[in-house]
Design a protein around this ligand. Structure first.
Ligand SMILES: Cc1ncc(COP(=O)(O)O)c(C=O)c1O
Length: 390
């Protein structure tokens, strides 16, 4: 499989690799396709199915898991609480909500816990669109959990193409909101692109758009950014805006298999969800205790962020050397353009024991690689080289 990089491709990848976001990308991709109001009939992004199960992996880099978690304190809390698994965890639910309320600067009554944020994303969509009417506005590509559930119960999806720098087209999204809009979904930083939308611009958008419909902001990966660059939208909730914010313990806390996530919203919104479903009580006592311990483990969180940056730096270097076009990432994964055919890429990578993900964007193959340990990244890079050179 030849990595066919012609001069234009090379130029494009060099611009991306060296210039990062911004002008470089704009000049190679052309103008944002937003004749207003604009949304697409066909999704830009397709997750390509692949039979993952039959391969033994040496490096599992396909699900944005954090290989450094759970933290030591979380593990101790799990061990200690296993023997009280005969008891309901009501008091721990209250305690974790209090801790999160303090962290987020809201009241405990403004928090719903869930067994992973997926549970809360999908429930919010089903509750919002349960009569099968209305539309949801989101970027495309984006993380599809909320959109998919909304569509399955009958919502129309207004998908607004990301801009040339892969940030949300906030103007385009604002124009797409109409009387039928019941939810606006934002994923920042975004999955699968890893791209960030400017915090100040997003803040203004959320403040304005939430006057028309609730804005659901998914901040699953925000913790991977340097603390000074993290701009959460949670402050808008304290101001009384109709924002529903989702966070998860699956990413920086490295607790994907322990299933802990939460929503923050204004009290009326929380009540309207709790009236129908009581997700907060669906968590195990071990997971609740692990989450409480992990929040306190600042050393672990710092280490986890640093390891992620180290792995990204290593992969960026390899991509630059290989002339691979990638999107600079604010998350724990990197999205890159494949210069080879998608299925053959997957077979080659999995055949070498390296699990990765494949997407089609505008009918072109893209790869997504999660950051793992350095040992795993050191398996990924040569496997990729071999795949592109075959
Ligand atoms: C953007 C985003 N939101 C939410 C989730 C769901 O995570 P979990 O259900 O493990 O909390 C993921 C998982 O990959 C994600 O990428």
């Amino acid at each position: 499989m030849k990595a066919k990089l012609n001069r234009r491709d090379w130029l494009r990848s060099s611009l991306l690799a060296t210039g990062g976001l911004g002008l470089g990308m704009a000049s190679v991709y052309g103008a944002t396709p937003n004749a207003k109001p604009f949304w697409l009939n066909k999704p830009r992004v397709m997750v390509k199915p692949f039979a993952y199960d039959k391969y033994n992996l040496k490096a599992k880099l396909n699900a944005n898991e954090n290989k450094f978690g759970p933290s030591k304190l979380a593990l101790e809390a799990i061990t200690e609480s296993a023997s009280i698994g005969n008891l309901y965890a009501h008091y721990d639910v209250i305690k974790l909500r209090e801790m999160l309320a303090e962290k987020e600067g809201v009241k405990p009554e403004q928090i719903i816990l869930g067994p992973g944020s997926t549970d809360l994303l999908e429930k919010t969509a089903v509750i919002t669109f349960r009569d099968g009417k209305g539309n949801i506005v989101s970027a495309d590509p984006t993380y599809m959990s909320v959109v998919r559930s909304a569509k399955r119960v009958g919502a129309t999806w207004k998908n607004i193409p990301c801009k040339t720098d892969w940030s949300h087209d906030l103007e385009g999204m604002m124009d797409a909101i109409d009387d039928e809009t019941r939810l606006i979904y934002i994923c920042n930083p975004n999955n699968p692109t890893g791209a960030i939308t400017d915090g100040k611009a997003l803040w203004d958008f959320c403040a304005k758009a939430s006057e028309k419909a609730p804005v659901f902001v998914d901040e699953a990966y925000l913790d991977f950014m340097e603390e000074k660059d993290q701009k959460s939208m949670v402050g808008l909730i304290a101001e009384g805006k109709d924002i529903i914010l989702a966070r998860t313990f699956s990413k920086i806390h490295g607790m994907a298999g322990l299933r802990v996530g939460y929503l923050v919203a204004k009290e009326e919104r929380v009540e309207s969800i709790n009236n129908i479903l009581r997700s907060s009580y669906n968590l195990s006592i071990t997971s609740l205790r692990a989450a409480m311990a992990s929040i306190k483990d600042e050393e672990y969180l710092k280490m986890s962020r640093a390891k992620n940056l180290e792995a990204k730096g290593f992969v960026y270097e390899a991509f630059k050397e290989m002339g691979v076009e990638y999107i600079p990432s604010s998350t724990s994964f990197i999205f890159f353009k494949l210069p080879v055919e998608g299925e053959a890429y997957m077979k080659s990578m999995y055949g070498q024991g390296v699990g990765v993900r494949l997407f089609d964007i505008d009918d072109e193959p893209w790869g997504r690689v999660s950051m793992g340990t350095m040992e795993e990244m050191e398996l990924f890079v040569p496997a990729l080289k071999k795949t592109f050179e075959a």
